[in-house]
Write a protein that binds this ligand. Structure first.
Ligand code: NDP
Length: 260
C-alpha cells in the first residue's frame, strides 16, 4: 500500500532528505514551505511522487488550506519546519558570524530591549513549536492508524540556546502529551533531535571553518552530521520496526551530547 507522507519545510536541508528517502520507498510525499520557487526546484529533483504546497506553518489560515489540499488519509507527518530565527536578525540584533561559539542564543537581543526580546522569543516559539502544534492539530483527523508523527527537535533543547533551545525543549514536552493522545489510535509521536548538521540553510551565511571544526570536535565519530543521518532516523521511526517506540526523543548527534 502506498503511504502518504507530509514533510513541512521539505524544500531544503533535513526536510528535503526526509522527503527524498520516503519518495525512494515509493511513498506519495507532500512537501511544504514558504518559498514556492524553492519547493518547485526541490520537486523537479525529487520526481513525480512528490507534490508541493506553499504553507507557512505558523499561519492558521494557510495550515487549514494545507489540510484541505491533502488526501483524506495521512500516514506520516514530519514536523520539520523551523530554525533559529535569531539568524535572520540584522547585525546587532543577533547578527554576525558564529565563530566557535554554541548553537544560537549567544547573541540575542540585549536584555534591556524588552520589545525586541519579546519579538525574538515569539518568533522562535511560533516557528519551532506552534508550527508543529498547529499542523498536527489541523491534520489530526487525517492521521491514519498505524501511522507516525515525527518532529525535528534539536540538541539545543538540552544544551541551552535562548529562545530557540527553549522552543525545542517545549517541543519535547508537548511530544509526550501528543503521544499519549495518539497512542490509543495506534499512532506514534517522537522527536528526532539532531546535533550539528552541515549542508542545510539553517545557519544562513554565519558559519565559518572555526565554527565547523569546533562542532565536529564535539562528536565521538569526528564528523559533522548530514541531512541523511536525520532522515534515516525519521524513516525508521515511521517503519513497522518502530511501532513500540513513542513519546521519545531520539538523539542523532555523533555523541556530541550523551544521554542516559
Ligand atoms: P533549513 O533552513 O535548510 O530548513 C528549514 C526548512 O523549513 C526550509 O525549507 C524552510 O523553507 C522551512 N521553513 C522554515 N520556517 C517555516 C515556516 N514557518 N513554514 C513552513 N516552512 C518553514 O535548515 P535545516 O534543514 O537544518 O532545519 C530543519 C530542522 O532541523 C529545523 O527544525 C531546525 O531547527 C532543525 N535542526 C537543524 C540543525 C542543524 O544543525 N542544521 C540542528 C538541530 C535542529 P522556507 O524558508 O521556504 O519556508
Amino acid at each position: 500500500m502506498t503511504r502518504t507522507v507530509v514533510v513541512t519545510g521539505g524544500g531544503t536541508g533535513i526536510g528535503y532528505a526526509v522527503a527524498s528517502m520516503f519518495a525512494a520507498e515509493g511513498a506519495r510525499v507532500y512537501i511544504t514551505g514558504r518559498r514556492e520557487s524553492v519547493l518547485s526546484e526541490a520537486r523537479s529533483r525529487l520526481g513525480d511522487g512528490v507534490s508541493t504546497i506553499v504553507c507557512d506553518a505558523t499561519d492558521p489560515d494557510q495550515i487549514e488550506a494545507l489540510r484541505d489540499g491533502l488526501p483524506a488519509t495521512v500516514d506520516v507527518l514530519v514536523n520539520n519546519a523551523g530554525g533559529n530565527r535569531e539568524f535572520d536578525a540584522p547585525p546587532g540584533g543577533g547578527g554576525g558570524p558564529l565563530g566557535a561559539v554554541g548553537l544560537g542564543g549567544q547573541a540575542g537581543p540585549k536584555p534591556d530591549d524588552l520589545r525586541a526580546m519579546a519579538a525574538g522569543w515569539r518568533s522562535n516559539l511560533e516557528g519551532n513549536l506552534l508550527s508543529a502544534v498547529l499542523t498536527t492539530a489541523a491534520l489530526d483527523k487525517q492521521l491514519a492508524p498505524g501511522g507516525a508523527v515525527v518532529h525535528i527537535g534539536s540538541f539545543a533543547a538540552d544544551r541551552g540556546a535562548g529562545s530557540y533551545g527553549a522552543a525545542k525543549a517545549a517541543m519535547n514536552s508537548w511530544n509526550i502529551f501528543l503521544a499519549r493522545q495518539l497512542g490509543p489510535r495506534d499512532i506514534t509521536s517522537n522527536v528526532v533531535a539532531p546535533g550539528y548538521i552541515a549542508d542545510t540553510e539553517f545557519f544562513r551565511d554565519r558559519t565559518n571553518q572555526q565554527f565547523h571544526d569546533a562542532r565536529v570536535a564535539e562528536t565521538m565519530n569526528g564528523r559533522a552530521g548530514y541531512p541523511e543521518d536525520i532522515a534515516g532516523a525519521v524513516v525508521f521511526l515511521a517503519s513497522p520496526a518502530a511501532r513500540h517506540i513513542t513519546a521519545q526523543v531520539i538523539n542523532v548527534n555523533g555523541g556530541a551530547l550523551t544521554t542516559r
